[in-house]
Write a protein of this length. Structure first.
Length: 102
């Protein structure tokens, strides 16, 4: 489980993106949907999720947009994303990264 409450995590993300011009509204929608899913799963160290579980919450229809933004969030250090590359196995996502403190 992640230490602290969920509000600290989303607050840290929102404060971190204020000056990050690479982050757009779609990134925010995906991160927020993942955060809500994480809360619903009782805040595990990582979640296992299919795109079909996160995309509707983020109001995203195109899987290419979802995967692109999720990869961006991983590359920019806002979360840790381990794609499964198997449609029958969920991907792993952690909202905490040791190197960035997220």
């Amino acid at each position: 489980m992640h230490s602290g409450n969920g509000l600290e995590l989303i607050s840290k993300f929102m404060n971190g993106i204020v000056s990050d011009g690479r982050i757009g509204s779609t990134h925010i929608a995906i991160y927020t949907a993942i955060w809500i899913y994480w809360l619903e799963c009782d805040r595990p160290a990582y979640i296992q999720a299919y795109c079909r579980q996160i995309m509707p919450m983020a109001k995203i229809r195109a899987s290419s947009t979802y995967y692109g933004c999720l990869s961006d969030l991983n590359d920019f250090g806002y979360l840790h994303y381990e794609p499964s590359y198997n449609r029958n196995k969920p991907s792993r996502i952690s909202q905490y990264r040791m190197e960035t403190g997220f």
